[in-house]
Design a protein around this ligand. Structure first.
Ligand code: NAD
Ligand code: DAU
Length: 357
């Protein structure tokens, strides 16, 4: 792992991963390929912009010529592929971009890696790795009492987002099987933490609650997600890159399965506690049950036995402390928040998603 290409590094998890990698590895060179869509934010990496080990290349993963040029120019031996359209609600309102980026974009990267690593044989095969970052949503939805998903659970994606991620996982696996491309895949549960774009549940709730706005809970709020702190996810990916067996997939999860409503109430209680003078106290009064997400998955739960027994990984953050730290992060980064919320695109999305709910 000398010359690493991170795709989607200006997004939430990608930027946390670049921070993690630069902290953990001294002799590494990282190029961040990101199209800077609405979700990409160069501010997330402001503090490493001058690090000589880091560089930024603005471009689209669907642009074959650009991607191939980058692999050659930087002699890339490791690809860590985060770039994607990631919001389930956006995939319901407009699925096409999810097919473009998540399916065609992943295919384009795979083709570039096949040419550069397997056909031109520029680097020793044992030194290269294509790591694909995927999601637990490819497995569908669990009924109450059903066992957690393992790496062997058949795929049953329900949303256009989940189907596009499942397609990309299948392509990665097929390139490994057919062309012997050395790959690993991780399927991870819901992340939270610093730099998460404020369209996802936790930052939406924190920011609305701070301003005394309604807190939108879809349906009955009893849907269950498996919450993982983003730093735990980054550590797991790093470990898989170093010690994971090529051709393997690993589940990653947070060992936390609260209902959405519990997450929302916990954030309200944290704000009551750290802002006792707030005019919006008790923040729980702001909760509003709104129209459910179409096809809403009911329950996610990841069996992380494989990564814990093979690689010794376990999440280090408790949800209680992780949520408190996350609330404090958003409170202490008002410029970051304001810069996003001032954008026309963001305001348009919030209106499109919430106004008629
Ligand atoms: P994000 O939406 O915060 O960021 C996505 C990044 O990809 C942005 O910087 C964006 O500019 C970039 N991007 C989008 N389209 C691109 C394109 N065509 N070319 C180049 N760059 C492009 O996403 P995230 O939440 O950080 O998720 C990162 C990855 O992790 C995704 O693959 C997602 O499916 C996966 N994942 C996310 C979660 C989660 O809870 N957020 C959980 C499991 C897996
Ligand atoms: O499970 C992993 C996935 O987690 C990732 O692959 C996705 O990229 C990521 O977006 C996330 O998907 P979810 O749909 O689970 O995350 P979101 O934060 O959008 O929603 C979490 C839960 O909260 C879900 O059950 C829907 C609900 N929700 C969401 C929003 C935005 C609400 O009740 N109100 C809201 O306003």
């Amino acid at each position: 792992m000398k010359n690493v290409l991170v795709t989607g590094g200006a997004g939430f998890i990608g930027s946390n991963f670049i921070h993690h990698l630069l902290r953990a590895e001294r002799d590494v060179s990282v190029v961040n390929l990101d199209a800077l869509t609405y979700a990409g934010n160069p501010d997330n990496l402001q503090d490493v912009a001058d690090d000589p080990r880091y560089s930024f290349a603005q471009g689209n993963i669907c642009d074959a010529e650009f991607v191939e040029g980058l692999l050659r120019e930087r002699q890339v031996d490791t690809i860590v592929h985060f770039a994607a359209e990631t919001h389930v609600d956006r995939s319901i309102l407009g699925p096409r971009q999810f097919i473009e980026t998540n399916v065609i974009g992943t295919f384009t990267l795979l083709e570039a890696a096949r040419k550069f690593w397997l056909q031109e044989k520029t680097l020793p095969l044992e030194s290269v790795r294509f790591h694909h970052v995927s999601t637990d949503e490819v497995f569908g939805s669990l009924a109450p009492g059903e066992p957690a998903w393992t790496e062997e659970t058949p795929y049953a994606p329900n949303s256009p987002y989940a189907a596009s991620k499942a397609s990309s996982d299948h392509l990665v696996r097929a390139y490994g099987h057919t062309y012997k491309l050395p790959y690993t895949i991780t399927n991870c549960s819901n992340n939270y933490g610093p730099y998460q774009f404020p369209e996802k549940l936790i930052p939406v709730i924190i920011l609305n609650a701070m301003e005394g706005k309604p807190l939108p809970v879809y349906g009955d709020g009893q849907q269950i997600r498996d919450w993982l702190h983003v730093e735990d996810h980054c550590e797991a990916i790093h470990l898989v890159l170093k010690r994971g067996a090529p051709g393997s997939t690993y589940n990653i999860g947070g060992e936390n399965q609260p209902a959405n409503l519990t997450i929302v109430e916990t954030i309200c209680d944290i704000l009551d506690e750290i802002h006792p003078e707030s005019p919006h106290k008790p923040h729980r009064n702001l909760i509003q049950f709104v129209t459910d997400r179409p096809g809403h998955d009911r329950r996610y739960d990841m069996d992380t036995h494989k990564i814990s027994t093979e690689l010794g990984w376990r999440p280090r953050h408790s949800l209680t402390q992780g949520l408190l730290d996350t609330v404090q992060w958003y409170l202490s980064h008002p410029e970051w928040v304001t810069a996003i919320r001032q954008k026309h695109e963001y305001q348009g999305w919030m209106e499109a998603n919430y106004k008629s709910r």
